[in-house]
Design a protein around this ligand. Structure first.
Ligand code: MG
Length: 159
């Protein structure tokens, strides 16, 4: 058996007038995240963890901000493309664990939906995906409610 592990991290800033997407799920909230795509900070961290484990680049390299094709695009489309590259490189996902850091919104009420969404995107059972919401105890940019950070780990095995 051959296994690989990867980690991912991402941050996006809160702004007025945009929807909030986390893990491919639209979360009801008064603000959304700013970005070239839909700014789904959790999907971006998971994509980077998966690409990193497979050794096939990173999100900024595959889907550059400067490319108008990715302006306003749903990150689920970027995710599907990243999964295709990972499969082409001979890997499949075993499991994913992730942390969302923000004071608001609370993640727990949305966790089941986010896990189901991520499991579908990754092609794994829901119990192979975990997502935790954490505050940063009012410290730093996440503590001041200026944005959301996400971290993820993805384990791959050879197909
Ligand atoms: Mg990002």
């Amino acid at each position: 058996m051959s296994f690989r592990i990867g980690i991912g991290f991402d941050v996006h800033r809160f702004v007025e007038g945009r929807p909030l997407y986390l893990g491919g799920v639209e979360i009801p909230h008064e603000r959304g995240l700013l970005g070239h795509s839909d700014a789904d900070v959790l999907l971006h961290a998971v994509i980077d963890a998966a690409l990193g484990a497979a050794g096939v680049g990173d999100i900024g390299e595959l889907f550059p901000d400067s490319d108008p094709r990715y302006k306003g695009v749903r990150s689920t489309l970027l995710f599907d493309e990243a999964m295709r590259r990972l499969r082409d490189a001979g890997w499949r996902v075993v499991n994913c664990d992730a942390v969302i850091v923000c004071e608001e919104p609370k993640i727990l009420p949305h966790r089941a939906a986010i896990r189901a969404s991520l499991a579908g995107l990754l092609g794994v059972p829901e119990d192979a995906v975990m997502v935790k919401g954490k505050t940063s105890e009012k410290l730093g940019f996440t503590g001041r409610g200026e944005g959301v950070a996400a971290q993820a780990a993805v384990l791959l095995e050879r197909r």
